[in-house]
Write a protein that binds this ligand. Structure first.
Ligand code: TRP
Length: 331
């Protein structure tokens, strides 16, 4: 990634951060912040189409922000803020509505999935679809275009939304002349591949997550609940099919990974022992970060101060974009 590129990503605060988020999203973002300027926001407005409890949104926003900060996000390079703190986002989103074809929204995966579900169950096609869900890709395009983003790191499920942002930028540029850069999605390798307790993708909707900063005893309890096959301790086991090994890989160094792999293949290690080894590894890696996370969550004013500073920095760029767009659209 070239150093002068503007990187941007949003994280939806829809649940307590879990180990799947850590490996698939948070850790790569923290890594990236070491060398790249990045706009990184907690997408609380995007949470609104499914979450209607302000307390929950606020809590998860703090948890997400505190996780990133505790993990060592470089706050000089990363502009970390709350999406809803930037008034320009509501403006741009509204402006973009007028160049976005309705048909584009009809093709969005998440909307189509709802329509299919409704059709199967014989309900009205749009049952349960609010305008926030329907226009979700416009808000996301506004996020991306407001900050002149070049690169948007996202999970596989969000690729289409970034492509829509490109399309919308193109429609705007066609009508009003060259205004927006065309952003590019970058899909993380690990996204979607972190198994949860039951072996399916770790996800809140499957109820199979391990909370990232759960206290040690809770972490241990969860890890002990990982579902395994019924091989005896003596039998050789396939590490590549084991959730335990797949998780371990993300926390250990190469030598440790090779040793653990051998223990699986050689036989003689029961799953209980393997889980204990996994727990001890994860716990030792996460304990310093957990301590900082707990400190921040007990001092939310510190998190607010960081988010407010981020918002001030983000607003400078946002205001410029809006004044340009307003001029082009309204003269
Ligand atoms: N829609 C993304 C998700 O559900 C979050 C998000 C909102 C986002 N705005 C964004 C991601 C802009 C990248 C760029 O995960």
């Amino acid at each position: 990634m070239a150093d002068d590129k503007i990187v941007l990503t949003g994280i939806k605060p829809t649940g307590t951060p879990h180990i799947g988020n850590y490996i698939g999203a948070l850790k790569p973002l923290v890594e990236m912040s070491k060398n790249h300027k990045t706009f990184m926001f907690i997408a609380d407005l995007h949470a609104l189409n499914t979450m209607h409890d302000p307390k929950e949104i606020k809590q998860y926003t703090y948890e997400m922000a505190a996780s990133l900060i505790a993990m060592g996000l470089n706050l000089d390079n990363a502009v970390l803020f709350r999406q809803s703190d930037i008034n320009e986002i509501y403006q741009l989103s509204n402006f973009l509505m007028n160049v976005t074809p309705k048909g584009l929204m009809n093709r969005a995966h998440s909307y189509k999935a709802m329509v299919e579900k409704n059709t199967e169950s014989g309900a009205d096609v749009d049952a349960g679809v609010n305008m926030g869900l329907y226009t979700y890709p416009v808000l996301m395009a506004a996020d991306i275009l407001l900050y002149n983003s070049d690169i948007v790191p996202v999970g596989k499920d969000q690729k289409q939304h970034v492509e829509f942002a490109r399309d919308i930028a193109g429609y705007f540029n066609n009508i009003y002349g060259e205004t927006f850069k065309l952003p590019e999605p970058v899909i993380g390798e690990e996204s979607g591949t972190i198994p949860g307790l039951d072996g399916r993708k770790m996800s809140k909707s499957y109820d199979n997550t391990i909370p990232l900063f759960a206290p040690s005893n809770e972490l241990k309890k969860k890890i002990m609940r990982i579902i395994t096959d019924s091989k005896t301790p003596e039998e050789s086991k396939n590490p590549d099919e084991s959730t335990i090994f797949q998780m371990y890989k993300h926390f250990a160094n190469e030598k440790e990974i090779a040793e653990f792999r051998k223990m699986f293949l050689d036989g003689g290690m029961g799953y209980g022992t393997a889980k204990t080894i996994l727990f001890e590894k994860i716990d030792s890696v996460l304990t310093p970060e957990r301590t900082e996370y707990e400190r921040l969550m007990a001092n939310k004013n510190e998190i607010d101060a960081i988010l407010n500073t981020g918002a001030e920095r983000a607003r400078i760029v946002a205001a410029k974009t809006i004044s340009k767009v307003k001029k082009k659209m309204l003269g």
